[in-house]
Ligand binder design. Structure first.
Ligand code: C5P
Length: 219
């Protein structure tokens, strides 16, 4: 049988990362954070001084950086040309620029190839993003779509980031969602066959348990 792929999509701050890592850890699967790859591409563009709102400029340069993601759910890692960018890609400048960069079809095409290479390597994998169940791994036997109400999401993200300003965090999340849902290439959608879980009011452990049960049912 083909290796197990668990596709986890959803809005920013819906609990995708913690859930995906928790599921991978419980089931002994690999883990891929595709958002980190888009963030790494964006970090590199900013560092190169590329105008991130100029789609042609972004498209022309997006083949240059070498982006490598680790797949250990206990120690996620991401490098660009050998530099560890795990912390830098969570900064405000990247938050503000990542959705515009992610609308560029050439960026998506390049990262899609990288993502499929990782997925095709040995072992089952939990893959989180926005277009995993719809575009990256449409044949995944388990697809989950996570959402949560904006207040819950902003509180979670602000707590993770140590940000004092929950309102600013909320605005930044909603701005990204609008661009991610409205873009032409691979927008955030609920994929065919995805199970929708609203995480508002659920603990992380409960959500992990729900997804683990879906995987066990699929096997
Ligand atoms: O998941 P995270 O919030 O880190 O993703 C950051 C951004 O990367 C998203 O807001 C979206 O613009 C982009 N992204 C994407 N497709 C994915 C994963 C992330 O466009 N599969």
């Amino acid at each position: 049988s083909s290796p197990l792929v668990v596709a986890v999509d959803g809005t920013s701050g819906s609990g995708k990362s913690s859930t995906s890592r928790g599921v991978a850890e419980r089931l002994g699967l690999r883990y891929l954070d595709t958002g980190a790859m888009f963030r790494a591409m964006t970090w590199w563009m900013l560092r190169q001084g590329v105008d991130v709102h100029d789609a042609d400029a972004v498209a022309a340069r997006c083949g240059e950086p070498e982006i490598v993601s680790g797949t250990d759910p206990l120690a996620p890692s991401i490098t660009v040309d050998g530099t560890d960018v795990a912390v830098a890609i969570r900064e405000d400048d990247v938050n503000a620029a990542v959705s515009p960069v992610s609308t560029v079809p050439e960026v998506r095409g390049r990262l899609l190839r990288l993502q499929r290479e990782v997925i095709a390597a040995d072992g089952g994998i939990v893959v989180e993003g926005r277009d995993i169940g719809s575009v990256v791994a449409p044949d995944a036997p388990v697809k989950v779509y996570l959402s949560a109400d904006p207040a819950a999401r902003a509180e979670r993200r602000a707590a993770e980031a140590g940000a004092a300003d929950v309102e600013a965090t909320r605005e930044s999340l909603l701005a990204r969602d609008r661009i991610d849902s409205g873009r032409t290439t691979a927008p955030l959608v609920m994929a065919d066959g995805a199970v929708h879980i609203d995480t508002t009011g659920h603990t992380l452990e409960e959500v992990i348990g729900l997804v683990v049960a879906l995987v066990e049912d699929a096997e």
